[in-house]
Design a protein around this ligand. Structure first.
Ligand code: NAP
Length: 271
């Protein structure tokens, strides 16, 4: 059986083996997919020894996406722009890197009937997840993409890098005068258990709020949006499944059915 891995630290919480095993069942692919905890200083050696053992591909999660980017021989354009890689493929002794987080997000928005084209997007956060989704968001041609981050320099650096009129950085305070069609939370602030320190005026009745976080309960950012009257709330479970589907298709050449897996994963979360 061909071997795949997901590498991270921590990794215990990863749903990727559950998702990929279901994709393999659906598409009748004989693969083995395991999660592996990697020591902070052992990412590259772990990947190289997996390649030597005949490994075919791997997903990469926090905190190794930038290191994964560094060890690739070839990268997709979106991975180059993101400077982070979540999907590795191994062939002829070479490492190919992609970032499927953005396509995962965009496909999930489509699933929920939300189009990015022509819309004003507010992206909260400037870490790996935010950087990973920007190329795919821009490929949809939004009217504007505003990036706001607690540490303003990071948002400014991203806006400078793209250097196009569509992409702009704002401070959390400046958001008091801004209202977007779609607000995407790509911060990890929910882990602190506190709401984000953003002006409540960003929330409108008609905006869509997306949180990359998912869990049994509504993520804190979506609770915050709901309190301020937002109706359309989407958590990051779909993004997770759709980014995995894009990786699986790249590795195996067949498209799995993400919707069926999402339903099962949602049920699993509630057990
Ligand atoms: P990261 O690189 O560590 O970046 C964290 C970001 O959150 C930074 O922008 C940071 O701002 C901000 N932040 C953290 N605590 C905050 C607070 N209390 N208030 C305001 N901002 C705060 O993490 P990441 O890889 O980008 O991941 C971000 C989140 O997305 C995580 O929760 C992750 O689980 C989720 N994610 C989900 C998926 C999915 O498929 N659903 C995929 C990828 C990531 P500073 O720069 O100021 O520190």
């Amino acid at each position: 059986m061909e071997q795949y891995r997901v590498y991270g630290n921590p990794i215990k919480q990863s749903k990727s083996p559950f998702i990929h095993r279901l994709f393999a069942q659906q598409t009748k692919q004989a693969i083995e997919y395991q999660k592996e905890l990697v020591a902070f200083n052992a990412f590259e050696s772990t990947v190289r020894s997996f390649i030597e053992q005949g490994g075919k591909g791997a997903n990469v999660t926090v905190p190794f996406k930038e290191q994964a980017f560094d060890i690739c021989d070839q990268l997709t354009d979106r991975a180059k722009l993101s400077e982070a890689v979540n999907t590795l493929s191994f062939s002829d002794g070479k490492i190919f890197g992609d970032n499927t987080d953005g396509i995962g997000l965009v496909n999930d928005l489509y699933r929920c009937g939300v189009k990015v084209s022509g819309k004003n997007i507010l992206l909260l956060g400037a870490g790996g997840a935010a950087k990973g989704v920007i190329p795919s968001l821009l490929a949809e041609q939004p009217a504007q993409l505003v990036i706001a981050n607690r540490t303003q320099e990071k948002a400014l650096a991203i806006a400078h890098k793209y250097n196009i009129e569509t992409v702009k950085a704002m401070t959390f305070e400046e958001l008091v005068n801004y209202q977007a069609d779609i607000i995407i939370n790509a911060t990890s602030s929910g882990l602190s258990g506190h709401p984000l320190s953003i002006p409540p005026t960003i929330f409108t009745k008609t905006c869509v709020c997306y949180d990359m976080v998912y869990g049994k309960d509504l993520p804190i950012f979506l609770q915050q949006a709901q309190t301020h009257g937002v109706d359309k709330l989407i958590d990051g479970l779909g993004m997770l499944v759709f980014q995995a589907a894009a990786a699986f298709e790249q590795w195996r050449g067949v498209r799995p059915d993400p919707d069926a897996v999402m339903t099962m994963l949602r049920q699993e979360l509630h057990q």
